[in-house]
Design a protein around this ligand. Structure first.
Ligand SMILES: [Ca+2]
Length: 401
């Protein structure tokens, strides 16, 4: 009973914070608990030795919450807008007509049309994957659907996985093909804190599937009674960034840490955003532990951010346009209003810096173009930002002449 009352009180607090348009971690209540972590965060990391000179160019304007950007081998750029639109940039120009509008999308809160991935053999099979929230039986869920892209529309919709628990908040969902050709999917805890530790549900997990939606025989829980075989890792709260380190193949994820709704009620603090190395079968702690807390059988993040920065994406830089960035990990920060650059040596973080701080507002997606320039999107029209006349935008980082 006590837990129910606490949860109810926290939801009310959360709603008040939202209505006041105040990001959770910036409340006085939350900040009072964050001092120690924030000091640790600053003292551990040095800035990278070299930051290359760059400039920012505008690619497209007047968009709405650009969630995912991918580059097709034929030179086109696809991107999703959260309300349900799939759009195209071609020959450097935004195509005015949408490639597709996904009418089933339920775009409330933080969810809607989210992750996108192209099949590794897209050039020959034209398979494009989308993750989006939808309503079924009065509840919100997320599904991943595979389509065939014709140049002017999406056809042959095939559901890859569905009925992933979702909610207005903490609904995931990032998609990425690994170097070994499997499709990985991050899912949120749908604001139900117990989901992450339960292997019988798909909420709060990383999933791993074959390209047609079947379950790989070597997934960690395929032979465990009661466990969903799609699960690769568990104990996640809401991971929205994912990429594979080029030299090691290790999967890195960014994950939103506890906010007012669950952070203060469970752990007496908010913040606690995470960067994790995500490995087969492991437990990433939510909602048993958070921040840098250690517990037997659970993983502690390799980097923590308190106060929260709200990491929304994740990308290793592989290109040649910026040799100084090669192998570095980048993510867009919504609340942090920056691009955060991390330098790793294998599993160890050695330095980090924040780029474009408070220059473009909330930053969501980041993606490397085939020419080595770095695309990123603003998310100032998501209900929590101050939108400029041009927002939302896709911008790109290129070297100065
Ligand atoms: Ca964790």
């Amino acid at each position: 009973m006590l837990i129910k009352i606490n949860l109810f009180a926290c939801r009310i607090l959360f709603l008040i914070a939202l209505l006041a348009n105040v990001a959770c971690a910036s409340s006085p209540i939350a900040d009072a608990f964050e001092t120690k972590s924030a000091e640790e965060d600053r003292s551990i990391f040095n800035a990278p030795a070299v930051t290359p000179k760059f400039k920012v160019e505008t690619v497209a304007t007047n968009l709405e919450v650009v969630w995912s950007i991918v580059f097709a081998p034929d030179g086109r750029t696809f991107f999703t807008e959260r309300p349900g639109r799939l759009r195209v940039i071609e020959n450097g120009k935004l195509r005015s007509e949408t490639l597709a509008v996904i009418s089933e999308v339920e775009p409330s809160g933080e969810s809607g049309l989210m992750g996108m991935a192209l099949h590794p053999q897209f050039a020959s099979n034209h398979f494009l994957y989308l993750a989006y929230a939808y309503q079924k039986n009065g509840n919100q869920h997320v599904k991943v659907v595979r389509y065939r892209e014709t140049g002017t529309e999406l056809i042959d919709a095939k559901t890859i996985v569905e009925m992933i628990p979702a909610a207005r908040f903490h609904a995931g969902t990032r998609l990425k093909f690994s170097p070994d050709g499997k499709l990985y999917i991050t899912t949120g805890d749908a604001t139900k804190q117990s989901q992450g530790q339960k292997l019988e549900t798909l909420g709060g997990k990383t999933l791993r599937l074959n390209d047609d939606g079947t379950v790989p025989a070597d997934n960690p829980f395929v032979n465990q009674k009661g466990a969903r075989p799609e699960i690769w890792t568990y104990g996640h709260r809401n991971a929205q960034g994912m990429d594979f380190q080029p030299e090691t193949g290790l999967m890195f994820q960014t994950e939103h840490g506890p906010s007012l709704i669950d952070g203060v009620s469970l752990f007496k603090r908010s913040g606690g955003d995470e960067v994790n190395i995500v490995e087969r079968g492991k437990n990433y702690g939510w909602a048993k532990i958070s921040h840098k807390t250690k517990r037997e059988g659970m993983e502690t993040p390799i980097v923590e951010y308190s106060p929260a920065v709200a990491p929304a994406s994740g990308m290793f830089y592989r290109g040649n346009l910026f040799p100084e960035f090669k192998g570095n990990f980048f993510f867009g920060a919504l609340k942090g209003e920056a691009i955060i650059r991390l330098v790793f040596e294998g599993r160890k973080v050695v330095s980090q810096e924040r780029l474009l701080v408070k220059t473009y507002g909330r930053i969501r997606e980041i993606a490397e173009a085939p020419d080595g320039s770095i695309y990123f999107s603003t998310s100032n029209r998501d209900g929590r930002g101050d939108a400029s006349r041009e927002d939302d935008r896709i911008l790109r980082i290129v070297p100065t002449d």
